[in-house]
Design a protein around this ligand. Sequence first.
Ligand code: NAP
Length: 435
Amino acid sequence: MRVAIVGAGPAGLYAAEVLAHEYQTEVDIFEALPVPCGLVRYGVAPDHFSIRSVRDKLVETLDNPKVRFFGNVSIGSDITTDELSKWYDAVIYTYGAAKDRSLGIPGEDHPMSIAATDFVKWYTGHPDAQDFAQHLRNSREVIVIGLGNVAIDVARILIKPISELRTTDMPEHVLSALESSQVRHVRIVGRRGPQHATFTTKELKELGEIPDVDVLVNIDQLPPDDLAASNGDRVVERNLKVLREWANRHDHVSSKSIEFLFFSTPESFDAKNSLFHVHQMEMKSDGEIARKGVSYTIPADLVIRSVGYQGVEMSGLPFDNTGNVIPSENGRILNRERDYVAGWIKRGPSGIIGTNKKDATNTVNQLMQELNALSSQSLEPLRINEILEEREIEYVDVDGWKRIDAAERGLGLARGSERTTIHERSVLLNIARGV
Ligand code: NAP
């Protein structure tokens, strides 16, 4: 049996591990980028060392002789989904949810309004990222919209002293852009209250530990009773405790600040006058949020929208346009015999990295149960390499990835960090080729 996996992020690599290790099944992993690890490489903040170190464990899967890696191969264009279905006994799609969600407000499309997904791509050294150095040179006041962990990551990276980022694996061009950044005030704007935020306490608390940064919270926006407002949710209870401590502090002397503005729904961005308009919201006695009838403006040279990731359709596969996922039942794509899903493209953009392990395992268990009833149809393994070569697709195999890994570690050594991310696709491909 030979299974193809589309996407080498956590869900794909966990699925490969279960297939190869527990079921002794051959696996080919296809990844559009030249390197594995998906959002652990291009999503997790570079200063979150312990979460990022999950990478080392994830890539161990590629050392299993039953697993092959085909990086820099786009399914949907280089190879179609129909072809994959014919060439393998089964396919698992784990390509995640890479697109940003939009707000649908005037001014959103202005160049000084950017998606957090793009900003994160940039500071993690994604090969297709836009450069935001100029944005940071021209911005003193920044608004981050959203109350999730991505919003917290973005706010922290925007304002953290460069000395604390030098030990990360951020590419050099990102570090120099952050060093010459003019950003002084970051406002985190949420349409609902602190008790509705989806950020977690560890991430929230870190904001208070950044040198020369005050965290500002308006005590009137906190609930009258934290215990009642958290309704048994320990994370909410702990978040409220942290926010209340900040709200009670009045010794603000730092040159930079992060301010929380809750109950403020985005209305429009007036980039010409560097103003962001929000509408005030209030919580009704039934717990619902409603417009209060008052608007106000916030200074904003740059707006970063952190309102969630979104899955995108892949040509040839069914798609649920409401949930932005591939519709499935127990991991098998609806009305397909041998096609499966796992990770964010199956269940939407939520959960921690470990959530994908359970999710991928469930899908693989279901797949193996169903596959036993079907006959094998997979191509000879070397035929896949031949097809890629016939199509002149420059794929990166496990050895190529190891060369990239060694080069990044070597670059890191030179500046005293564990590694430095190489961000240009052509450079990554040259290194993979051994050039
Ligand atoms: P998220 O937790 O879903 O947060 C999205 C935020 O956007 C919510 O506050 C949401 O508010 C807001 N929002 C959505 N539509 C909006 C609109 N039209 N106007 C205003 N606000 C709007 O998503 P995320 O922060 O992108 O994180 C994605 C996943 O990655 C999460 O599971 C997260 O925990 C995980 N992650 C974890 C870490 C970490 O552990 N360190 C770091 C990064 C990401 P409403 O609640 O009102 O809809």
